[in-house]
Ligand binder design. Structure first.
Ligand SMILES: [Zn+2]
Ligand SMILES: [Zn+2]
Length: 653
């Protein structure tokens, strides 16, 4: 008999060789029908694979991430089967699951694949799925495997086999299709009910441009048609909200090949939006005891040799900058921390000076491969809302709590109400790779866990995910479309204080090392604005909108009155502009709607005579006429309300 431990801690006895599917059936038939795979001792297995020893077991259904990737990888096999049926002689590369769906890299010889072919493949896949073919796992000797793919004349699988050792090779077969694969897979093809092949792209074999270009076919599948329909609606909506598209439409930022790829150029409206976000955070930071500092965009190479960043970023990043002075070298700043360490060192510190919280909106430069660049989310120059807190080990816990408060304040003020936090701790077994004393690590790790719990955060703990220099807490937000983004981060660091020999004099007059905390609630201004734009679909909250009001005169005759409205609004801190083009009013309204300006004020003869404005709200339409003063007060109240509700969360320093 073996013991199977379930996630709720209960232990059940079974005969050795029992499968996860058997266990599921012994619990509940209905559950068993939904099990796609199983997690056995932390590893994902086929639900039919025999378990021979005591094990912990988690049954995976569609809602589990691991089940989804197993489902999608199995769908890649199904697509390969369909490809072989429609394109005899097709050669297959690799077919993994990805974040959403799967792909297979294939060699179609001289043939190219069309949209039409994708539709035919979808039909074939659905037809094959209905056969309920079981995904059968088989151990194969290396010789037999080579013989199989030599016979099939598939050079790619033969090349993959070269890297595998005898005894570790498995085949999976479903219906008439066999693939070299380590698994795992879902029980049978019948689970795949809805299929959509989404895209075709070129991809070099094994990502190497010296190799042949293969055809990459992307797809996604679901256990129910309804889920596919919902996914497609979401995909459409995501396209509309793409921050690169919105950035252009709302005139926020642009890129220029001549300036260089990955280097965003902020247009006036975008710069104002960014400025406003910075002021918002700066204000909260000043209230919670941060001190602003400013440091240059470059630093001597020696600074980064000391910090260790030269070793880490030197090879694959921007090359050092040389000067007419022989041997003098500077680097574009990849991190702000080393500069802040030098500020810490600029005067002697006592325990009474701590915590010292130095904050800077610091621009850093990192070389990303051109293929990795993406709008504002992957760039080569970006501004971090950075700060470094220097504190005693005893202060780590309290500082952590305050930083969490600040991060949550930022998220909630900007409408991100759903977030999770990942706590990254040391590897449980191997502690040799971490710098810092056991005692300090234990304090810091417990401080983070306790702080997260005290703040009621929805937390996931990951062992082995800590940086070598300290544990960290990362925030993931869920946007309006349910997508997850990593934003703010808080990291404890024992390394830099050591490397820079930072010290403070403690109450007993001994010299001690401070602990350093790195934190950035936004992450970077670029990435945060990208996520914010996609989250709100470009409809920024009123307090952030670069332009809050557009005044639309019905004809040129009322431009003077419109100008007077603008002046009054400006005196009330309302951001307003006039549309004085000689266009029809309908056209002006349409254009302003497209710019997603929150309010339009339409002014004509009646309004001018009575000192009124006709209010139109973006996406909602007419709101009736009010006096200019009434309108200005209303805007001020809304902005105040948007800011006030959130302020209660912040703690004072
Ligand atoms: Zn496979
Ligand atoms: Zn830092």
């Amino acid at each position: 008999m073996i013991h199977i431990t379930l996630p709720d801690g209960s232990v059940r006895e079974y005969n050795a060789g029992v499968s996860a599917a058997d266990v599921a059936r012994s619990i509940n038939e209905g559950l068993a029908r939904k099990v796609l795979a199983a997690e056995v001792n932390g590893e994902i297995w086929d639900s039919s694979r025999p378990i021979n020893n005591d094990a912990s077991l988690r049954l995976l259904t569609w809602d589990d991430k691991g089940a989804k990737s197993t489902f999608w990888h199995s769908s890649a096999h199904l697509m390969a089967e369909a490809l072989e049926a429609l394109f005899p002689g097709v050669k297959l590369g690799i077919g993994p699951a990805i974040e959403s769906g799967f792909y297979y890299d294939v060699d179609l010889g001289d043939r190219s694949i069309t949209e039409d072919d994708l539709r035919k493949l979808e039909i074939k896949m659905k037809e094959l799925a209905k056969h309920n073919s079981v995904y059968e796992r088989k151990d194969v000797s290396k010789n037999d495997a080579i013989a199989y793919f030599t016979d099939k004349a598939d050079p790619y699988k033969l090349e993959l086999l070269e890297g595998l050792s005898d005894g570790s090779i498995t085949f999976y077969t479903q219906g008439g299709f066999t693939d070299l694969c380590r698994g795992p897979h879902i029980p049978n093809t019948g689970f795949i009910k809805a299929v959509k092949l989404t895209n075709i792209a070129g991809a070099y074999w094994r990502g190497n441009e010296k190799n042949k270009m293969l055809t990459r076919i992307y797809g996604i599948t679901f256990p129910q048609q309804k889920e596919l329909d919902e996914y497609l609606v979401l995909l459409e909506e995501a396209k509309k909200r793409d921050h690169r598209k919105l950035g252009k439409e709302l005139e926020l930022f642009t890129f220029s090949e001549k300036v260089g790829s990955g280097l965003p150029l902020w247009l006036p409206k975008g710069a104002m939006l960014r400025e406003r976000l910075q002021q918002f955070l700066q204000k909260a930071q000043l209230e919670t005891g941060y001190l602003p500092v400013i440091t240059p965009h470059i630093g001597s190479k020696q600074l980064y040799v000391t910090s260790g960043h030269w070793e880490k970023y030197g090879k694959d990043s921007f090359r050092p900058i040389t000067t007419p002075q022989e041997g003098e070298e500077f680097m574009l700043k990849p991190m702000n921390c080393p500069h802040h360490c030098e500020i810490y060192k600029s005067s002697p510190r006592s325990y009474k000076d701590l915590p010292l919280r130095l904050a800077e909106f610091g621009t850093v430069y990192r070389y990303e491969q051109s293929g990795e660049l993406h709008g504002l989310t992957r760039v080569r120059g970006f501004t971090q809302d950075d700060a470094h807190l220097f504190c005693t080990p005893d202060q780590v816990s309290n500082e952590f709590m305050k930083v969490i408060d600040l991060v949550l304040y930022v998220f909630e003020s900007l409408g991100f109400t759903e977030y999770t936090a990942q706590v990254s701790l040391r590897d449980k077994e191997d502690r040799s790779k971490y710098i810092g004393t056991e005692e300090n690590w234990a304090i810091a790790e417990n401080s983070i866990i306790d702080a997260a719990a005290a703040k009621g955060l929805n937390t996931v703990i990951e062992y082995g995910e800590a940086a070598f220099y300290g544990p960290k807490l990362d925030f993931m937000v869920r946007d309006a479309l349910g997508r997850r983004w990593q934003l703010g981060t808080i990291q404890v660091d024992y390394n830099l204080p050591e490397r820079f020999e930072l010290e403070y004099v403690d109450s007993d007059n001994t010299r001690k090392r401070p602990v350093m905390i790195h934190r950035a609630p936004f992450g970077s201004m670029e990435r945060f604005i990208a996520v914010l734009l996609e989250h709100c679909g470009g409809n920024l909250p009123l307090w952030l909108a670069p332009l809050q009001v557009k005044v639309l005169p019905i004809s040129d005759k009322y431009n003077d009155y419109a100008q007077k409205v603008i002046e009054t609004l400006k005196n009330s801190d309302v951001r307003a502009e006039i549309d004085d083009r000689s266009e029809k009013i309908g056209r002006k309204i349409r254009d302003t709607e497209l710019m997603k300006v929150p309010y339009m004020l339409i002014v004509g003869e009646k309004e001018a005579a009575e000192g009124m404005v006709a209010v139109r709200k973006h996406g909602e339409g007419d709101k009736g006429a009010v006096t200019i003063a009434e309108f200005a007060t209303e805007i001020q109240n809304i902005v105040k309300e948007q800011m006030k509700g959130k302020r209660q969360n912040t703690v004072q320093a």
